[in-house]
Design a protein around this ligand. Sequence first.
Ligand SMILES: CC(C)(COP(=O)(O)OP(=O)(O)OC[C@H]1O[C@@H](n2cnc3c(N)ncnc32)[C@H](O)[C@@H]1OP(=O)(O)O)[C@@H](O)C(=O)NCCC(=O)NCCS
Length: 373
Amino acid sequence: MPRYHIREVVTGTDWAYAALHDLEVAITTELHGEDLAQSVEWMRHSSANERTAVKAVLVAVPGPVPEGTPMGRFGLPLAPAQPMEVLGAIRFELPTADNQHLLEDCFCTVRADLRREGIATALWRETVRVATESGRTTLLGWSEHHLAGLGPDAERLVPPTGEGWIPLDPGSRFARSLGLSLAQVERQSRLELPVPPRRLAELRTQAELRALPDYRVVSWVGRAPEEHLDRLAVMYRALSTDAPLGEVDWLPENWDADRVRNHDEQSHLSGHSLTSLAIAPDGSAAGLTEIHVHHAHPHRPEQWTTVVAEAHRGHRLGLLLKTANLQLLAADQPQARHVDTWNAGENDRMLAINDQLGFRPFSVHGAWQVRLA
Ligand SMILES: CC(C)(COP(=O)(O)OP(=O)(O)OC[C@H]1O[C@@H](n2cnc3c(N)ncnc32)[C@H](O)[C@@H]1OP(=O)(O)O)[C@@H](O)C(=O)NCCC(=O)NCCS
C-alpha cells in the first residue's frame, strides 16, 4: 500500500495554506535560523490570482488515494475540504502572459523527519509531467542556503557566470540528483534598521547633486496612482530584461497598465508598498524602487524591484530612489527591524549601492534549471 500520494491544493482549502505556512516556517527556520515564511494571506491571495500565470501547489499526504476522490486540472486528486497531514509540498507557476516555455518559481520542501524517502522526488516527477503536458520546455527552481556557520572549507558550487557560490548541502544535492544545473546565484542581503537618519540624508544629498534638477522623484505609500501605471509598466518590463540573468532562460515580460494594476491590487490585499519613482525631463519613467510591508510581519519589510532605465544610468538615480524610499520607511514603520533584498551575484552596480547603504550578505539562493528533451 502506498505510504503517501500527491494532491493538488485549490483555492478555498484554507487549512492547506495554513499547513504550507507551518511547513515554510519550519524550513526557513532550519535554513536561515529564523522564520522568513510568507504569510498565509500572501500565499492564498497570490495563488488565487492567475491573471498572468497558472499557480500550482502540490502536497504529499499520507496513505493511498481514497476511491472517488475528485480530480483537479493537473490530473491529480484534489486536496479535500477537511484538513490532512502534509508531508511535503512543491509550488510552481506556468506563466501565461509571456515566458510560456517556462515552468518557473519552483520550490520543494519536505518535513525534516521524512527526508530521504523519495517524497521530494515524487513531487518533482509530477511537476515534470505537468510541464510536459503543458508544453513547457524549461523548468526553473530555487534553493536557499544560509551563510552563517559555514566553514571556509565548505564544498561549493559555482554557476557558469563564475559569480557567487552556494554550498553543496541537501538542497543542492537534491537539485543535482534530478539533473538540474545551477544557472545563477542570487545574494540575499539585509539592512539592519534604523539607518541613522543623518547617514541617509547625507547619501541622499550626494545623489541629488548628480540627479537634480533634471530628474524629479515622486514617492507614495499604498496603491499606485493611476497617472503612474504606464510608467510602472515600462519599469517592470525594463527589470525583466535589464537585470543580469546568468544562464537563466528568461524572456522579456509583457507589462501594461492593467497588469500593473492587478499586481498592485493583489499585493495590497495582505500588505502595503512604499514606492519611489524617478521621472525624466520628458516625463518618461527613469527609475523605480519599492519596499513592501507585509501586514503579518511588518518588522521585516522586503526591498523589491529597483531599476534604472538604461538611458538614465549614471545619474545616481539608484541611490537617490533607495534613500528616498528608506526615509519613507523610517516614517511609516519606525519599529521595523531590518529590510531584506535579493540580487543577482553579478549585479555589481546594484550590490555597490546596497553596500553603500549598509546592506550585508545574509544568505544565497541557487537558481536551478533543466531543459526538457
Ligand atoms: C531538498 C529536500 C526537498 C529533499 O527532500 P527529500 O524528500 O529528502 O528528497 P528525496 O528523498 O527525494 O531525495 C532525492 C535525492 O536527493 C539527494 N539528496 C537529498 N537529500 C540529501 C542529503 N541530505 N544528502 C545527500 N543527498 C541528498 C539524494 O541523491 C537523494 O537520493 P537518495 O536518497 O536515493 O540518495 C529536503 O531536504 C528539504 O525540504 N530541504 C529544505 C528545503 C530545500 O532546500 N529545498 C530546495 C530544493 S528545491
